[in-house]
Structures are given as structure tokens and as C-alpha cells.
Design a protein around this ligand. Sequence first.
Ligand code: 1PR
Length: 559
Amino acid sequence: SASEQKLYLLDYGAGNVRSLLNAVEKLGHRIEYIKTVEDFAQADKIIFPGVGAFGYAMRALKSSGFAEPLKAYIASGRPLMGICVGMQVLFEGSDESPSEPGLGVFEGRVELFDKKLKSVPHMGWNAAQVVHQENALTSAVPEIGEDSRYYFVHSYAVPYTGVGAQRGYVHSATRYVDQAVVSSVWSRNVFATQFHPEKSGAAGLALLQSFIERNLVRPPSSAGELRTPEDIDSALTVRVIACLDVRANDQGDLVVTKGDQYDVRESADMGGDVRNLGKPVDLAKRYYDEGADEIAFLNITSFRNLPFRDTPMLEVLRQASRSIFVPLTIGGGVRDSVDPDGEHVWPAVQVAGEYFRSGADKVSIGSDAVYAAERYWQRKAEGQEPLDGSTAIEQIAERYGRQAVVISVDPRRVYVNTPEDANDHHVIRTAFPGPNGEQYCWYQCTVKGGREGRDTDVRQLVMACEALGAGEILLNCMDKDGTNSGYDIELISDTKAAVSIPVIASSGAGKPEHFAEVVEQTAVEAVLAAGIFHRREVPIAAVKSYMQEQGIPIRSAED
Ligand code: 1PR
């Protein structure tokens, strides 16, 4: 039975395996690491997660002497489950690393997504449609549900052609805008998914559970019609993200707080302490259970008097990732840091690495991104190469993938009477005139949590950060923050037009209509809110069902 079997994890040292370990533990099972070639002989089942580049994975497998034993294990007929790059390396090769052949278990190559009609990576929740008609009718095992949505984050994929050889191994396919790709393979003892089951909520946990507890060996049936690529429908959903601003209150306890235009303190007659809306891990768990598609923690006070290793946010992530199986983002203080002893230096890429090892999937960078953007335009103006690998954005994107780097923007409106008064900044004509009737405004970037304005506008920031390798923009707005008056649609649509990476709308949501409105008017990939969830004014499920009624594709909360 599942309890006697020896379940192993094949980790080649680049993956964020903590979330997979947490998922297996949540399911009540134990899993060992493959450490030596002999362990392959002991293993009854192996899970093989892959993160990062195809070439890195193949080289790591070979340098650890695991490539041949893995192929022998597969040939022995014992069950293997591959995840993401762990599925891709089973193919013949990948555009990502042309000189590095794959294991060649399946025919076909991994290709870069075409970027003409869509942003890359494919990042978010999408359907996986079982391609064998007869499997779609029976209770297809492994249970990939028609209504379920799974979390994808990848720039390369195996095209789904729906013919010939694919009949013997393709299990499900997924459409990302104009391309249908293989989302899972299942052939005899090998089951592998392009998406991340350990980050796909209850639906993903169910797949892991059926691999661990059932015998998923698929009979080599090649019968039944295959769905054509045209039959594969696009189902990428708009992500609804809950954001938790976290800081220490005056007693030193870590609390979830919420600013009103970035001011997080209660009024003087209420004691003037930091607003306390709950405990970070408890609140995050509640939002996961309520159907949040992602959780973002923003650490709004960097703990200067602590060595980085003792930063409370690391422990928050370790605890949260034990019971939350959707992507986690951590922001605040992601920059080159020095411990209080003045000796121990933490380069930003190491700060990020600690957060990833503690369970984060993405880091968000605020102030440091503004400085990086200013340096970018400065070097361009001087005719120097602006991409010299010296910024945190470049280094984290290089090592962990651009999907792991979010830029958090803290802009505020600066009203001007005429565009000329904005000294060359990007100006918009606003429908909401300023206090003295000004018809124009530009959006000024700030650093240090809104406390310092910079001579940089939002477009300069986001275009530089995209060029530096950022994967996503978290677009806050100081004027709207905490007002419940709705998102700053003008800011968001103007910014969306300047980049081709996903944008998250943030700041000001006060009712379900606000979420639908910003998606309809700006085509953002995700919507984020904080206060209305913390103050229990509107549950996440109510936001999702309203958006669904408006025809916006949403991952259903019960998934
Ligand atoms: O500069 O890299 O150390 O990052 C600091 C991070 O902390 C940034 O992401 C910055 O936005 C955030 N931050 C700093 N100070 C504050 C503050 O409030 N005093 N939070 C702060 C800003 C933005 C979102 C908020 C949305 C939605 N808050 O966290 O949740 O605006 O709010 P709403 O739905 O309640 O309207 P670094």
C-alpha cells in the first residue's frame, strides 16, 4: 500500500522543491531524496520536479550520474511523475538549450512560445483538456477535470498536434491564446505535467495523491479519436490575488496591516499604533481556502536591527507554504543588504534565494527597481550598455527565471496645467481634474514606501524593468490605496500599453464591480486587493462569482 512503498524525490538542485515536499506531507506521505545511484533500485515511485532551464536540468542530471539510472528506472516499468521541466526533459530536446539533448523517452521537441500575440511566459491558471475522446468520457485517471484549472508558468512547451505519435503518450492539451500545447503526458508508467500540481490548489493535490496512492500504469491503448488542436479551448483565467502588508507593531508582533494612502497608523485617539488586521499566516491560509489564486506578502518594514537570516518573513513563508498550494510572492527589502554587524553582506540575489528556499515562488522589488531603472536610462543617455548584469532584477531573473521577478510600483499623481509643466515626463489627460482644475497629470515613482518622490515616471520604470528581465508588474497607486473608490483605470491602461509582460491591478478596490471594471477596461492579467478582504467587507468568492457573471474567465473557488 502507499504507506509501505518507497517514494523518492529526484531533485537536481535547482528546483523549489519545498512546495512539493509540503504537498506530499499535506497528503500524509513521506518522501526521500534520491542521493545516490543505488537509491534508484530502492525506489517504488519517483517524483521528478523540474524548475529553471532545460539545459541546466540535463547537465545536472548527467553530472550527478542520474541520467542513465533514470532511463533504466523508467524502462523497469516503475511509476515516474515529472513536473514542468521534469516533463520537458523526457522529450528529445528543447529550443531553450539546442546543444543539450533530452532523455528521448517521448518523440518531439520543446519549443519557445510564439510572442507575436501574447506575453511570455504563459503564467497563470488554465484548463488541461484530456485529448483521448474515450478517456474524456470515462473517469479519466489521473483525474484531470474539465472544470479544474492548473497553474502554469513556462516559456517553452511541446506543441500539441493531435496526430500520430502523440496518440501513444499525450494525455491532455492546453491552449495559450493562438497555440495548443501538451499539458500532460501519460504512457504506461510515466505521468508528467507541464503545469505545477503542487501549486494548483486542491485540483493539483488530487493529482499528486492519485499518483502516490494509486497505480497509474496506463495500458498502451492507442484507440479512440484524438481531439484536434482546434478543439482545445483557451481557458486562461484572470488571477485574483490577496495582498498582505506585513510589519511589526509597536509591541514588536508581526501583524497584517493596511495603509490608507500608505499611512498604516490608527488615528491618535485610537492609540496611534499600527493597524492590526490579523496574523500573516492565518490570514493567508484563510484566503487560500477562500479561493485566492495567489498570495502576496509585502514586508513594509525591513528589520534593520536583525541579521537577514532572522527576518520574521522567512518563517512566515516556511509556515504559509506548508498549507498554501498556490503561488506565493514576497516583497519588501529585496535588495543588497548588510547585517547589523556591518560584516555579513547579502546580495539581493541571495536574499531572493533565501525567500525561494523558504517557500516563495516570486519576489517583488520596489525601491531597488526605481534605482535600477534610473541607472538604466542614465547609461543609455551616456551611450553605455544598460544591461550589464549588475542589477538585482537581472541577477534574480537570470538564476530563477523572469517569472520569479515582480516589480512593485508605488506611484502618485502629480497634476500639471499643461504637458510642458511636467518637465519631459509622460503625461496623460485625466478625466479627474486636480485640486486646482488641472487637466493633466503624470505618475511619479516613489521609493521607501512612498516616503520619497523620484524624478522618474511609471513608464520609465516599467519599460526599463521589462528590459532588465522583470516578469510582471504589481501596479499600486498611492492616491487610490485603501480608498475603496476603485482602481486608477487611467494609470493601469496607460502602463499596460507600455509593456508586454503581465500587469497586476492594485489599490482602491472596494466592491466586486471594481474588479470586473478594471479587467474590462484594461485587460490586466490579474487583480489584487488587500483592505476589503482584511476588513471582511467582500469575500473573495463574491468577487470571483461577480466576475464570472460578467463573463470573465475565473478559476472556481471550490477547485
Ligand atoms: O521598496 O522593495 O522594500 O518594497 C516595499 C514594498 O512594500 C513595496 O511593494 C511597497 O508597495 C510596499 N509598501 C511599503 N510601504 C507601504 C505602506 O503601505 N506604507 N504597501 C507599502 C503599499 C500596496 C499594496 C496594497 C494595495 C491594495 N501597499 O500593498 O495592498 O495598494 O490596497 P487596497 O486593496 O487596500 O486598496 P521595497
